[in-house]
Design a protein around this ligand. Structure first.
Ligand code: SAM
Length: 327
């Protein structure tokens, strides 16, 4: 392979990539993409909020935090049957990875976790890749998720270590890294990325990508979110993110982590088809779709199945199909 995985990227090297003219950078990233992936294939994921609202953390971007007045109504953990029905509908639409999110700080060893384990088992038995994002957990809990059939665990670093406490004060960067290490004691794959548009500087973006790129191994999946500005959160008036900035993040992520799946996640609803085409050219090969134009809750919008099918068809891209043996 021309670009073997490197976990020793330096800040200086990443800074140099940020200085490459954008179209040159896209060409460079595109070459890496073609070497490591089928460039006409896109992974289609769907998120379900299985436990909405009353989030105890103060994440400045979050619609579900009790620290902000966003109007999101707290709901109890969903029932198993409802989750399985949603997963079946998603699968019928061509979704191959089903992600379940809970607005928890951490996983507790209680009846709710047992129910989540049942969800993981049943959704996995449908033949979907299952991902959960439940907050912090320990190695024993990761092992139980693995035994239930979990394919991936999402735990985002979100931004640079230097900027982290400007966005979140109720947990530390090190706690995020510790949870990722707990996942790595199992064979569950890691989904780890972050958000741009929270007022961070270019130096922070470089430092954030550096943190991802020195993880060993790299996260198998790297979601790049563009902040969805939620009214009532401290970041409701954050500045716009130009598409060129998103494309640069994707291109640099692709060059640093050639084998990872790079996902365009939150904020995609604000991008035109041509914006998204640039993201795919720069090395993105995955997207989050939805049933009703909503990502996780009524306050974070998302493109839906029908518009995504149209877009992929127009671009000649095909949605990845899971081989029965791949999970
Ligand atoms: N309790 C889980 C945790 O602690 O990781 C919650 C996971 S949350 C659903 C997953 C990710 O979604 C966050 O880490 C963040 O990157 C992204 N996210 C949440 N709200 C967002 C927003 N308004 N705009 C962009 N990305 C957002």
């Amino acid at each position: 392979m021309t670009n073997p995985e490197r976990n020793d990227w330096t800040i200086a090297e990443i800074t140099a990539l940020f200085e490459v003219p954008l179209m040159d950078l896209v060409r460079q990233a595109s070459a890496v993409h073609v070497q490591h992936h089928d460039p006409n294939e896109v992974h289609v994921n769907q998120l379900l909020s299985i436990k909405t609202g009353a989030g105890p953390e103060d994440c400045g971007y979050c619609s579900q935090s009790t620290h902000h007045n966003t109007g999101v109504k707290p709901e109890p953990l969903m029932q198993l049957d409802d989750v399985v029905k949603t997963a079946k509908r998603a699968q019928a639409q061509g979704v191959t990875r089903f992600c379940m999110g809970a607005a928890w700080r951490d996983v507790k060893d209680n009846a709710q976790f047992e129910r989540v384990l049942d969800m993981v088992k049943e959704v996995s038995d449908l033949g979907l890749e299952v991902c959960t994002t439940l907050g912090m957990l320990n190695a024993e809990q990761a092992q139980r998720l693995e035994e239930a059939g979990l394919y991936a665990y999402n735990h985002n670093l979100d931004t640079s270590p230097e900027y982290y406490d400007s966005v979140i004060t109720t947990r530390t960067y090190q706690e995020r890294l510790d949870t990722i290490a707990a996942i790595r004691t199992t064979n569950i794959t890691v989904c780890c990325g972050g958000i741009i548009g929270m007022g961070e500087t270019q130096t922070d973006r470089i430092s954030f990508l550096h943190q991802l790129a020195i993880l060993s191994p790299h996260p198998e999946s790297v979601p790049i979110n563009v902040l969805s500005r939620v009214p009532g959160t401290p970041l409701e008036n954050a500045p716009d993110v130009e598409i060129a900035e998103t494309v640069r993040m994707i291109a640099v992520a692709r060059i640093l982590m050639p084998d990872s799946v790079v996902r365009i996640a939150a904020g995609r609803h604000l991008m035109s088809f041509s914006d998204q085409a640039l993201c795919f050219l720069a090395g993105a090969n995955s997207l989050f779709t939805s049933e009703r134009n909503m990502m996780l809750t009524a306050t974070t919008p998302c493109a839906d199945h029908a518009s995504d099918r149209t877009m992929l068809a127009e671009m000649g891209l095909k949605a990845r199909v899971l081989e029965p043996t791949t999970h």
